[in-house]
Design a protein around this ligand. Structure first.
Ligand SMILES: [Zn+2]
Ligand SMILES: [Zn+2]
Length: 420
């Protein structure tokens, strides 16, 4: 039992660590134990280590690891992609070497059919154009989504590409291009996940899930068959004895046991990642946009976000009739917010005629029906633009997401993206 417990602890620890590394930075998990653990691992521990390094080696190790970290995270390279391919190829080799003789003919056919799928879908996802915005397709890209005047504003020019930024696009400093409906830069694929390749990215995730599920199931089956073969049948025994026998055979059958552990651990993470992206599609948003919504949520909690609906448009005298005093919040968050607020104010709460004309380019079924604004440090609600009936936003749900057409239509938009 001791061995099984040790193996279970190792599996749980590796899974937890990887989960924190992959998901800890997500805005939704920011104020949860996962987010705290992420910041502890990402910032606190390196800070301690750099102090020790400064004392022992004059900071040389820190400088080297920073350079390597920057290369891995912020430069375009195939290291992670090669690591993934090595993992899949190595795991497949170990499975065939260790478990092949315990498989039935039908199971062998399934394995032969399954082996090419992760390679094929990885190739499709990594090689597809994510939706790079170029001078020739820029005008078309501008027609795909309207500006919501909340997270995306017209007349923004990318400082690197020198092109108007379409709504939902983002400049990727690693790909060195603006990408339509950019979700995130994927280090596994060594490219961005955007408007044109999200469908291949999803297919890649789904086939990886199926591949890992098959690997977990068949290696589990083979371990049970080996136990039977070695005169240790598990049928009819109590659960505790079954787990003990399983643990003994798992360690004895090194290759099959390693595949079982590898496939099950990676499977949990892969499923979690897929569920997260399924949620994003269902909610009509992207990883990039969730960060923007998380900022709005923080500001709503501080009581500095105001909204005016189109149908409450009224004369100047009614402006900000139901607003009250602002609460105070931490200085650091205020500073960060201040720059965002000023940017919004520069745009104005109400789109200009020129901006309206830009919006007309889009044939998206939903248009913005609301005006949303933050107010700056030290300023009261009376500074909000006149001509609208402002009310304080209490919940993020009060702000509409015009990119959300409902789960099914959102999925269709991802699977059949408009051509660039
Ligand atoms: Zn750009
Ligand atoms: Zn990128």
């Amino acid at each position: 039992m001791g061995l099984v417990r040790q193996v279970a602890i190792i599996i749980a620890s590796i899974s937890l660590f990887t989960f924190i590394a992959l998901f800890g930075a997500l805005p939704r998990l920011r104020e949860t134990p996962i987010g705290w653990a992420y910041r502890f691992l990402r910032y606190t521990i390196p800070r301690w280590l750099s102090k020790v390094d400064l004392w022992l080696c004059g900071g040389r190790c820190t400088a080297m690891s920073k350079r390597f970290g920057h290369y891995v995270m912020y430069e375009r390279h195939p290291l992670i992609l090669v690591f993934y391919l090595t993992l899949i190829t190595g795991g497949t080799y170990m499975f065939i070497d260790g478990a092949w003789s315990y498989l039935t003919s039908f199971e062998r056919i399934i394995v032969i059919l399954a082996i090419p799928t992760p390679y094929l879908t990885l190739y499709l996802a990594a090689n597809a154009n994510p939706g790079i915005i170029t001078p020739s397709n820029n005008r078309t890209a501008l027609t795909h989504y309207p500006y919501d005047h909340i997270n995306f504003f017209p007349s923004h020019i990318c400082r690197t590409c020198h092109l108007p930024k379409p709504a939902r696009s983002k400049h990727c400093s690693i790909c060195r291009a603006c990408v339509g409906r950019q979700d995130h830069h994927c280090v596994w694929l060594n490219t961005c996940v955007g408007q044109l390749n999200t469908r291949w990215f999803l297919l890649f995730l789904i086939t990886t899930n199926l591949f890992l599920t098959l690997g977990t199931y068949l290696s589990f089956l083979c371990i049970c068959r080996v136990a039977e073969h070695q005169q240790m049948p598990m049928a009819g025994l109590d659960r505790k004895t079954q787990i003990t026998i399983f643990g003994i055979v798992l360690v004895d059958q090194t290759y099959t046991g390693a595949v079982f552990l590898l496939a099950s651990i990676c499977g949990v993470l892969s499923y979690a990642f897929t569920i997260y992206h399924a949620y994003l599609i269902w909610a009509g948003t992207t990883t990039n946009e969730t960060a923007k919504w998380a900022d709005w949520k923080d500001d709503i909690q501080d009581g500095i976000v105001f909204i005016a609906d189109m149908d409450t448009e009224s004369d100047a005298s009614s402006t900000s009739s139901n607003t009250d005093n602002l609460p105070t919040s931490s200085r650091s968050r205020r500073r960060k917010r201040s720059s965002r607020t000023k940017k919004n104010k520069a745009r104005g709460a109400r789109p200009s005629e020129e901006e309206d004309a830009t919006d007309e380019l889009s044939n998206w079924p939903r248009k913005s029906e609301q005006k949303v604004m933050r107010i700056d440090d030290g300023e009261g609600p009376e500074t909000l633009p006149r001509g609208w009936l402002w009310r304080r936003v209490e919940k993020l749900e009060e702000i509409e997401n015009i990119y959300d057409l409902g789960g099914w239509r959102n999925l269709l938009d991802v699977v059949f993206p408009k051509k660039l």
